[in-house]
Write a protein that binds this ligand. Structure first.
Ligand code: URA
Length: 466
């Protein structure tokens, strides 16, 4: 039996080095015990840790595996290191095993990774700094302290995010297992703390308020949904819950001015607001689809695009790649855009629903249409994308997109080929078919005819946007 003792519960490098050595010696997974911390050294002295250089006997590990391992390692599950090593050894004979979503080990690891990602997102969204009273009175000694209780060992994984976002502040983040401190130049670590070590009182950062106001969409405010998104245990630490009534009160007056508010409140930098929105969406749990999907597939394209395309939901390939319209329907869409003379790089492409909904049939993940509840839950994101990008023309590709944009069922046959007004004064909209409809047509002649019609629709939208 081999005992591997890792220095920290989130010691990815330690796990990777040990796994490489074990693999080089072909040590089977059931002959390895993984543990964390100082266990007194001699306890298992006869079965020392593997030593030596990291050799993997010609077996190179895919980027996807390393990404998965990096996400899984911070999980609380005591079996995480063993599960990862198990998958690694199996991938030596089955290199593509990680792509097999029907495999129970892959699914379990994906699930752990998703839980860690969600915890990382929650820390980013719900951590609130308070100002530390400056007892000496002098100097620019202001320090900000936040208390947070993560579910997994994610503090180190999140440190760079807080350093980037609050680079010019001096701050500490205290958690039960670890504290991290930023002095404006250096990040350091300290032991865990207790809630009482952080100051009480009102959270201070206007930064968060500004950010929150920038993504707040008054046209679609749903208090119940909003409060559901902010778990109760975080409320008391959050300044923006106090902001909400004011935002709602101003909503009617501001609906058409949403984008100006967003532009002003993020210092005119829409790109920053868009990135923040995309990061928020990465941890979305607004409907159950996040549980089985690999990741949120957010929109992409220039944030000042005059033309926006809205599809239905990511497909299998989009779910794996994290990008919209890259699979078969995406290729059909690209071909039609080219024929229509519209440069894909100049348009913003997104979906009404941001997680892949599917049914597992054996090894295949078969597309399943999103329901009204899922479309409604995901409008939270598309409304905010639209408020930021503010396209002159928006094209709904298929019925799901049309339903999302108009908030009701739209009949493509009746509405196609004419300019429509979006209900929230969001500009002009066009409705056309979804590219996968063209893929499904069995008859070649009909396919050609329908493709030409689709190209005409895209051309018209392109002209109206320019
Ligand atoms: N179908 C969609 O509606 N969107 C995608 O991103 C891919 C396929």
């Amino acid at each position: 039996m081999r005992i591997v003792t890792l220095a920290e519960p989130d010691d990815f490098d330690g796990w990777r080095d040990a796994a490489r050595c074990l693999l080089a010696e072909s040590v089977p997974p059931d002959e390895v015990i993984w543990q964390v911390g100082d266990f007194g050294g001699d306890l298992f002295a006869a079965e020392a840790e593997p030593q030596g250089p990291a050799i993997a006997s010609g077996f190179s590990v895919s980027r996807a595996f390393l990404d998965l391992a990096r996400s899984v390692v911070p999980h609380l599950d005591p079996e995480r290191f063993a599960l990862l090593y198990d998958l690694l050894t199996r991938m030596r004979v089955q290199p593509k095993l990680i792509e097999d979503r029907a495999n129970s080990l892959v699914r379990r690891l994906d699930h752990l990774a998703a839980q860690v990602r969600r915890d990382i997102h929650k820390m980013r969204a719900f951590l609130r700094f308070r100002e530390m009273p400056n007892r000496d009175g002098g100097g620019d000694g202001t320090r900000f302290i936040a208390w947070f209780e993560p579910e997994h060992h994610i503090v180190r994984a999140n440190a760079a995010f807080f350093v980037n976002r609050f680079a010019s502040m001096r701050w500490s983040i205290l958690t039960p297992d670890l504290s991290i401190h930023w002095d404006g130049a250096t990040l350091s670590e300290g032991p865990g703390a207790q809630k009482g070590d952080a100051p009480d009182g009102d959270p201070v950062e206007d930064v968060w308020k500004t950010y929150y106001a920038s993504i707040f969409n008054p046209a679609r405010v749903k208090i119940g949904a909003m409060l559901k998104e902010m778990p109760k245990k975080y409320w008391k630490n959050m300044p923006e819950t106090a902001l909400v009534p004011g935002l709602i009160a101003a909503a009617q007056a501001r609906e058409s001015g949403m984008i100006e508010t967003a532009r002003a409140s993020v210092g005119g930098n829409i790109q920053v607001a868009w990135k923040a929105l995309r990061d928020e969406a990465a941890g979305c749990t607004r409907c159950p689809l996040y549980r089985d999907a690999t990741q949120t597939v957010f929109g992409e394209g220039p944030v000042d695009a005059a033309l926006m395309f809205v599809g239905e939901q990511p497909g299998d390939q989009e779910d794996l790649a994290g990008k919209p319209f890259v699979g078969p329907a995406g290729q059909m869409f690209d071909r039609a855009l080219t024929e229509a003379g519209v440069d894909r790089a100049s348009v913003y492409v997104t979906n009404a629903v941001k997680h892949f909904k599917f049914e597992q049939r054996g090894k295949r993940r078969v597309h399943s249409k999103p329901g009204a509840g899922e479309i409604e839950a995901c409008r939270w994101w598309i409304d905010q994308e639209r408020a930021l990008v503010k396209p002159r023309v928006t094209v709904a590709l298929g019925a799901t997109a049309a339903r999302s944009l108009f908030g009701k069922v739209m009949t493509i046959g009746r509405e196609r080929g004419r300019a429509l007004e979006l209900p929230d004064q969001g500009g002009e909209a066009w409705i056309t078919v979804h590219p996968s409809y063209l893929l499904r047509l069995p008859d070649e002649a009909a396919k050609e005819e329908e493709f030409a019609r689709f190209v005409e629709d895209l051309k018209m939208a392109g002209e109206r946007a320019s």
